[in-house]
Structure formats: C-alpha cells, structure tokens
Design a protein around this ligand. Structure first.
Ligand code: AMP
Ligand code: MG
Length: 427
C-alpha cells in the first residue's frame, strides 16, 4: 500500500464530516452580474436607491382627479371635465373647485387635486353607453383627501436602503432592482465545480458501449446537483486508473475551479492509484462516515504551483455519490455563495415500509412522499436500497432518516424525511 494520506479508522458522523469539510471553504468574491442572472445569488452589498418610488404622487385607479371637498355624501355632483392624463404624461392643467381631470392608473396627480374617484363611482359608463361622454361627469360618492392616490416615495425614498446585503436574490429582489433602474447587482460569484469520474470501466454516454464497460453517470448527476445549488459545473471527463492520466486530469481540473469533485476510488478495497495521486498532489484524508449509503469519503486540498483547491472524493456507486454530494457538496456551495447553511427541509411522514438499520449508521432510505386524501404525508420505499440502483433514487423525492442509534422504524411509525426535492407537485 503506497497511500500516504491519512486514514481515520474512527467513523465520523455526518455532522462531523460536514463541519471538517466546511472549514476549508470561504465566501467567494463579489462580482457584478445582470439582474436576471443574479437569481439565487447572495447580495454582496446594500442597495441604496437614487430614486423615489413612485417618483410622483399618482393615481391608484382609472377615474377622475378632483378636490375631495367638492364631493358630497348621498348627493351626485356634476363636474366639468377639463382634460385627460395617461400614465407617462405630465399634467398641464390644474384642478379648481368644480373641475375634474380624467386620469388613468399610474398617471401623475394634477396640481390642485387631492383624491381620485374611480370610474365605477361616476356615471362614466352610462354616458359612454348613451354616446354622451362629453365634458361633464357626475360623481356619485364622497371621497376623503388622499383617497386612491399613491404618494411619491411611498414604496422607496431616494437615499434609503431598498435591498440588503446577505439577501438571496429572488424574483421580487430582481423586480425591485429593475424598478430602481439597475441593470446589474453586486453578488457573491457562483463557485465553479470541476467534476472528474475515475475508473477504467467508464465510458461516456453517446459512445458505443464495449464489453465489460459501463456508462459514466456520476458526472452528470453530480453536475446537475451543482447546477441546482447554484454552482457552475464543469465536467472534466473520465480518468482511468492510471497515475499519469489521473494526475494530468486533476491538474487541469484545478484551473479556475473552486472545488474539485472526483467519484470512485475511495473505498478501502480500491485500486490504489486514486488515493496515491490525490495524496501526492495535496493533502487528503479518507474517512468512513456513519451513513448508509455513502460511507467512504475522501476530502483534502489539492496543490499546484499556483493554487490550492479543496477536493471532495465521492464514492463510486451512483446513489452513494449523489447522497454524499447532497449531504456535503450542497452546504459547501451554499457557504461559497455566501448563503446561510439552511438544511434540507424535513417533514414527518408515516412509513409504508419498515426501515432496518443493520450496523449503527444513519440510514438515508429512498422514499416517495405522498399525501393521502386526509392530507397526511406518507412515505413509501421506492424499491431496492442498493447503492448501485439509481432508479430507486429517480423515483424518490426524499430520504427517510433512520438515526444511527435506532435499529428499526416500523411500518406505520412516523419518520422524518429529508425532502431533497421539495415541491408539492412531486407528491
Ligand atoms: P468504486 O468506488 O471505484 O469501488 O466504484 C463503486 C461502483 O461504482 C463500481 O461498481 C463502479 O463501477 C461504479 N462507478 C464508479 N464510477 C462510476 C460512474 N462515474 N458512473 C457510474 N458508476 C460508477
Ligand atoms: Mg473503481
């Protein structure tokens, strides 16, 4: 055995492994990106408005701008219509007692007016229908000063903070930014995650499969997880179990990467090459994590002449690779993106199938959570829990958790489920 890294015979809990891994990561730098691209990113600065929103007092309704004191309770008042203003226009007439201006939603309030009476509360429709929409209108209600007027700066006052540093940008923040006139926002840039698949047995999808080989699926499932967490995946390719090849691929993977992810070659029984190369070009530890699937995990820091890049070595089995990346890759991406390390949402569900824990590890059991007609969540096993069976992952929307210290959760009992796909329509 040539491996020169560290073996930790003691098993780590999922939380301990996560904590050790997170220590090697920092929030990334600020970059300016277009507002649409900023979706899901973290604001790196407060945004102070240079405009008032709305910029002028304006009408909240289509109606008639007038002096509220001229309207009467239980008494219709006929007024002279002296003009009309649409949104985007500037009023060029002023309101005096007994006069009104027809005004559209969003149009600036003419000087002298203090309220707007909506069309519905005038005889606008009757006049229109009888073809007599003239320069007169009858106001049917009494309004108070300020009624149906949106005040200048009511939403945002020029010079005040409109968006806050540390906020995750969602559609509403993008809308606010656009309403301030901004085209770009200062955000924490997205991490680039380079992905390498190791193993002599692997071939790329789209090629004709040779005897004894399998298609490389890990690179693609992991790349899409990276995408879903907001990172930028970079699929580097397949490296065979060969020192020179792997070393070359690893060095090229480090360029521009904030994290290098490899899959396979981290179990103790594996061919030594992966471990040797990884230990040669950096510092690496091999861990056993108290979880099922995804017990073996490698973590370290790769070093080239110019830089250091953290490295996460996932197990090779397709489900193990995904489970490990969901548990360890997700928080790492959140941290680099300056986000709070919010956990995967958990819900309580009633088990349809018993979960057995053989050896004191935390079991992540693939289940499909569904809602009964009574509105109760139930969790059904999606089939074989073998770490090679990716289709049972594909049918699942959550992991039912059987804790380390529990040897069984029986059918009919309540279980906590990590909803890695949290969308009501997947129930
Ligand atoms: P290993 O970690 O190298 O012992 O691999 C464990 C299992 O995962 C083996 O059956 C491998 O063939 C399989 N495996 C490894 N890498 C991949 C991959 N990129 N895509 C699909 N299966 C893989
Ligand atoms: Mg292998």
């Amino acid at each position: 055995m040539r491996f020169k890294g560290h073996y930790h015979e003691d098993m780590l809990t999922v939380e301990e492994a996560r904590e050790k891994i997170l220590l090697e990561f920092r929030e990334l730098e600020l970059s300016y990106v277009s507002i649409v691209e900023s979706f899901g990113m973290t604001l790196a600065d407060d945004i102070v408005s240079t405009v008032n929103i709305p910029p002028l007092d304006n009408s909240a309704m289509d109606g008639y701008a007038l002096v509220s004191g001229n309207t009467k309770n239980n008494n219709f008042v006929e007024m002279d219509v002296i003009g009309s203003i649409s949104a985007g226009e500037i009023p060029n007439k002023q309101i005096t007692p007994g006069k009104t201006i027809r005004i559209m939603t969003g149009a600036p309030i003419p000087y002298g007016a203090d309220s707007v009476v909506p069309f519905e509360d005038t005889d606008e429709i009757e006049r229109k229908n009888s073809g007599k929409l003239s320069n007169k209108i009858t106001i049917k209600i009494k309004v108070k000063p300020g009624e149906n007027i949106r005040l200048k700066g009511e939403d945002i006052i020029s010079g005040s903070k409109a968006l806050y540093k540390g906020t995750t940008v969602r559609s509403s923040e993008i809308g606010v930014a656009a309403s301030l006139g901004l085209t770009h926002l200062p955000v924490i840039r997205r991490p680039v995650v380079s992905i390498i698949s190791t193993g002599n047995e692997l071939q790329s999808p789209g090629t004709k499969l040779s005897k004894g080989k399998i298609y490389n699926s890990n690179a693609f499932s992991i790349a899409s997880l990276v995408n879903s967490y907001g990172g930028i995946p970079k699929i580097i390719g397949i490296a065979g179990d060969n020192i020179n090849e792997l070393e070359k691929v690893l060095y090229s993977a480090m360029e521009d990467a904030d994290l290098v992810v490899t899959s396979a070659g981290v179990s103790k029984g594996d061919y030594d090459v992966v471990k040797d190369v990884l230990a040669n070009i950096g510092k690496m530890s091999l861990w056993s994590v108290k979880m099922r699937p995804a017990k073996p995990l490698a973590f370290g820091v790769l070093k080239s002449k110019s830089k250091k890049v953290p490295h996460l070595g996932l197990p090779g089995n397709p489900v193990s690779a995904m489970v490990a990346f969901i548990q360890f890759g997700r928080p790492v991406i959140q941290k680099m993106m300056g986000k709070e390390l919010f956990p995967i949402p958990r819900i309580n569900a009633i088990l349809d199938d018993t979960i057995t824990n053989f050896d004191g590890r935390r079991v992540y059991s693939r289940v499909k959570v569904y809602k009964t007609q009574k509105g109760i969540y139930r969790a059904k096993s999606t089939g074989s829990q073998s770490s090679g069976v990716l289709t049972s992952m594909s049918l699942a929307n959550g992991f039912a958790i059987c804790p380390e210290f529990t040897d069984k959760i029986k059918k009919g009992q309540t279980v906590q489920v990590e909803m890695f796909d949290w969308a009501e329509n997947t129930f």
